[in-house]
Structure formats: C-alpha cells, structure tokens
Design a protein around this ligand. Structure first.
Ligand SMILES: [Zn+2]
Length: 267
C-alpha cells in the first residue's frame, strides 16, 4: 500500500494501474477460495416432473447428476447413506421418485470411484420429501387467486357500469362524428346509434357483448366498417331532425351546422 501511495503522488496513470491490479486480486481471491472448497465430485439435483418449493421441499420425479474428474469410473447415489442406485457411465445420473421413499428430511449424496481406485465424496444435498397434496395446494394458492382476480375484474367490468351507470347514458349528442378507438366501433341494434367498443367487451361466438353507452343496453355486436359507422352517424342526424328533444333542439342545430362545416373542411 505504501508503494501504491508513493506512485500515487508521482504519476496518476501508475496509480490507476495499481488500483486496478488490487481490485483484480481482491476479486479473484474469493473465487480461488471457492474453487478449493469445491468437492472433487459435484452433485446436482434437477426436477423432471413434480413440485419443488425452492427451499428443498420436493415431491415428484427428480434427477441426481454427479460430475467429477475425467477418470471417474462409477458413481453411487445415496439417500441417508443408503444406496439408491449407481451409474457406470458418464454423464453419471440417477432418476428417482420421492414416492419411493419415506416423507420427511433426507440427505442425498454421491460417492465416485476413479480408474486409479480413489474414492471421491460429493457434497450433501438436504431435501424434504413432502406429500403430493402440498404441491397441489401450492399451485392452488397461486392459481386460484389469479383466476379469482381475473374473474373479479371481468365481473366488475360488467357489474360496475350496470350499478353506477344504471340509467346513466352518454350525453353525446346525435350525429357528432367520433373516433372509435383501437377496438373499433359497433352499431347498437337496440337504439341504432354507433359507439366505440371497449376492451371490457366479452367475445362470444355470435359477436361481442358490449354495453351501448347511449341507451345503456347490452347487446351482441360486431365490429362495423367505417362506412357503416359513418352512415349510422348520419342516421343519428336524421333522428335528431326527425324528433328533436325540445331542450336539445338549439344544441342539435348548432352541432349539425358544425358537422356540415367540418365535412366541407375535410374535403
Ligand atoms: Zn343503444
């Protein structure tokens, strides 16, 4: 460190190189330490089919795999010190089902033999064999709330507008040109007015269940073409002129004029 400090005061580039070197050494030290601790025979376990809690609670079919030096001849797989099976060929592996053993905590390990007769012991893997119901229960704990939330949101999408918006209708005046959004527009078979389809609409075979914002009624609709929607908007105008609400008359007239003007603007 003294040397580094001395260099520091003389040349900045040297000090940078030195600190990089120190950093490299510090980073490599734990890796070397780990490499020394690593057993000559390495045991791994993977799930083939079944349940694994991620904390060692398992149920189902699993595989043990052992890897070691190139001259490894044979590997014996053990559960609580008792032989589960052996493999005389690389890759050294053993498939097992937790159902073949008692429930509870077990220690899995492996012993390898090399060509020159050396015996290598793997590290131990501690697991707990749990009943099949635990896996199902855990899956249920995850899946059921998700399903519940999904249905809840769908239900809210229908029920809320019905409760809150009962009798409440869109105040959009007749004949007003509108944008229909990404879902496109549909024409209400009940009141004949065009409206934007919503993301909440429910797709059914015969069409899409949507609530018309104008009359508030639910009906099965299909996405209408822009021409049809435009025609429906014009039909609204017809409705407006045919039977205008007294209070809306002046507003309707005003909007109609605006519409006429905008139509010419577009051309
Ligand atoms: Zn309607």
């Amino acid at each position: 460190m003294l040397k580094v400090k001395a260099m520091n005061s003389h040349k900045r580039s040297y000090s940078r190189t030195a600190s990089l070197l120190i950093l490299a050494v510090l980073l490599l030290l734990p890796i070397r330490a780990l490499a020394q601790d690593e057993p000559e025979l390495r045991l791994r376990m993977s799930r083939d089919m079944g349940y694994s809690s991620g904390t060692g609670r398992i149920e189902g079919t699993f595989s043990l795999k052992a890897s070691g030096p190139d001259d490894l001849l044979k590997v014996v797989f053990l559960i609580d010190g008792q032989t589960m099976g052996e493999d005389g060929e690389a890759p050294f592996s053993l498939r097992f089902n937790t159902g073949s053993y008692a429930l509870g905590v077990h220690t899995l390990s492996a012993t390898g033999t090399t060509r020159d007769g050396r015996v290598l012991n793997s590290q131990e893997i501690r697991v707990e064999f749990v009943p099949a119901e635990e896996g199902l229960k855990t899956a249920g704990r995850i899946a059921i709330p998700i399903l519940g939330i999904t249905f809840g949101i769908m239900l809210l999408g229908y029920v809320l507008p019905m409760i809150i918006g009962r009798g409440k209708k869109s105040s959009l005046p007749l004949g007003v040109p509108r944008r229909y959004g990404i879902m496109g527009g549909a024409i209400c078979p009940k009141c004949g007015r065009p409206f934007s389809m919503t993301l909440l609409g429910l797709n059914l075979v015969a069409g899409r269940l949507e609530r018309c914002p104008h009359c508030g009624k639910f009906s099965l609709v299909r996405r209408a073409s822009p021409q049809m929607l435009r025609q429906a908007e014009l039909d609204e105008l017809q409705m407006a002129t045919a039977q205008p609400a007294v209070s809306e008359l002046s507003e309707q007239e005003h909007l109609r004029k605006e519409l006429e003007n905008s139509r010419y603007d577009e051309l």
